[in-house]
Design a protein around this ligand. Structure first.
Ligand code: CA
Length: 501
């Protein structure tokens, strides 16, 4: 029996055979990347399989930065400053997470009482592109003093960059209709032209005739509900209408850039291409991802409530286009409500960071109710694919719950915010490959295969087995901690792939 050699791998390929052997030994041929393990009654070929962590599903590390936020709704950074993450809490505070100290500052950046029934509250934040000079930022919220979906401008305090000046508040826009339903409320500055985009939910109820009335606001160009607005804002004064907004000469409210949306909760610009993406939260059937190419002249109709995703709703409201109207812009992707996918999409970001190169150029999004994440590759082409992202937590039983928002910093690192738990995560490279040293192994009378992995290593949290490199299941009986031993039943024929992570 030779001394086992260390192997660097994440997976092994185990194939069972039936040749009789009489001794227990194994050899390792590094060049052929094959280990022949001979054991009582069974030959095991253990082939080192250099599995990319993205070979089956995309895997990312999920690193908790901090917990303790109360119903957080959004996370972002100020331009040019990645040292602080600004996290909105629904009830009306903006908190600062100091990244170098790993702490939430005790005093909030801003605190304004909000009307918080149902979906109302503070939901959106955008720093002016010249924030470093002007100290100006914008918030979307439903102030308790005037509970309507509202866009307000603030200035940072003159003497403390970690505090906003609440007395600087200037209401820019107050939007008609109920604040509690489908508020939308994402705001962001276009990376090219500096115009402010603002998503507004339709404020309608669920079905025509039930709950709040469904008034078809999304197709009604006389209201700002169910729209994406585009405004020119300056450091002071009211907003103005950009000269190339589609309805500036009539036909609709001039603030409207696009329409036919229900509850566009989260949006983003691809920082490289400037394409605009948003997730439009659906009614009772579909969730959808929409995209507007850079250079669009606006006026696009995304279809609600003639369509929910790609589904004909049958609502037939006055003013709604008829199904099949070629002017309606279908989503890039929609999914059906259910336990598999979820029921409230959360738009994310086209990944442009450097930590997760396998995701570069892919659009990352998730679902509030299922806590699942996906990435979209080759969007809008025949080869468009959706891949689930599997987040790997240090606590193997952890998963994401109630994702309220993603966020992005100035160099494209992506964050995930959990509404109920109040946790803030960063998506990080998956745990590095472990050095797997095949140690003593044994095969018991009942045919179970035992191998001992190296001494306890942090990050070595799970060992899984697969027969097809696609579906991975935990190895029964494997426990974490010292010992790092697993066992598996290999009495049946067929390929077995093992994975440590
Ligand atoms: Ca749509």
């Amino acid at each position: 029996m030779g001394a086992p050699e260390p192997l660097s791998c994440r997976s092994g390929y185990l194939k069972t055979g039936t040749d009789q052997m009489t001794s227990r030994q194994f050899t390792f041929n590094r060049g052929a990347s094959t280990i022949e393990i001979t054991a009582n009654s069974i030959i095991i070929a253990f082939t080192i399989w250099a599995v990319s962590p993205f070979a089956c599903v995309a895997e990312v590390g999920a690193t908790r930065l901090v917990s303790g936020f109360v119903q957080p709704t959004y996370v972002t950074v100020a331009p040019g400053d990645d040292s602080r993450l600004f996290v909105i809490e629904k009830a009306g505070s903006i908190r600062i997470f100091d990244r170098s100290r790993g702490k939430i500052l005790s005093e909030p950046f801003l605190s304004i009482p909000q009307f918080t029934v149902s979906e109302a509250g503070m939901v959106g934040l955008a720093f002016a592109p010249d924030f470093w000079r002007s100290g100006v930022f914008y918030v979307t919220h439903t102030p308790a003093s005037s509970p309507m979906p509202t866009l307000t401008r603030f200035h940072v305090s003159a003497g403390d960059t970690n505090r906003a000046d609440p007395t600087s508040a200037e209401m820019i826009l107050s939007i008609e209709g109920t604040p509690a339903l489908h508020m939308g409320g994402w705001i962001g500055f276009h990376p090219d032209n500096g115009l402010l985009y603002l998503t507004v939910g339709d404020g309608d109820g669920l079905y025509p005739g039930l709950d709040y009335p469904h008034e078809g606001h999304a197709q009604n160009l006389k209201t700002l509900r169910g729209k994406i607005l585009r405004l020119q804002v300056e450091a002071t004064g009211p907003y103005t209408i950009p000269a190339d907004n589609p309805f500036i000469a009539g036909g609709g409210r001039p603030e409207i850039w696009s329409y036919g949306v229900r509850n566009p909760w989260r949006g983003s610009f691809d920082r490289l291409t400037h394409d605009y993406f948003f997730g439009d939260v659906g009614n009772n059937a579909r969730e959808e991802i929409d995209m507007e190419p850079a250079g669009s002249s606006g006026g696009r109709n995304y279809g609600w409530s003639t369509y929910e995703g790609t589904l004909d709703t049958g609502f037939n409201l006055p003013g709604n286009p008829t199904p099949g109207d070629p002017s309606l812009i279908p989503p890039l992707f929609d999914y059906i409500h259910g336990s598999n996918w979820g029921s409230a999409v959360v738009g994310g970001y086209v990944y442009r960071g450097s930590d997760l190169p396998e995701l570069t150029g892919q659009y990352l999004f998730g679902d509030y109710t299922s806590g699942r994440l996906w990435c979209m590759k080759d969007r809008g082409t025949p080869s468009q694919t959706i891949t689930e992202i599997r987040p790997l937590f240090s606590d193997r039983s952890r998963r994401f719950h109630h994702i309220s928002s993603f966020g992005e910093d100035n160099i494209g690192r992506v964050f995930v915010l959990e509404f109920n738990d109040g946790d803030l995560f960063q998506l990080t490279p998956p745990p590095s490959a472990v050095s797997l040293q095949l140690g003593p192994f044994s095969i018991t009378q009942d045919g179970r295969f035992h191998v001992q992995t190296p001494q306890s290593e942090s990050g070595l949290t799970l060992l899984q087995v697969s027969s097809d490199l696609k579906a991975w299941v935990d190895v029964p009986g494997y426990t974490t901690g010292s010992g790092e031993e697993f066992s598996d039943n290999i009495t049946r024929e067929g390929a077995r792939f093992y994975r440590l992570r």
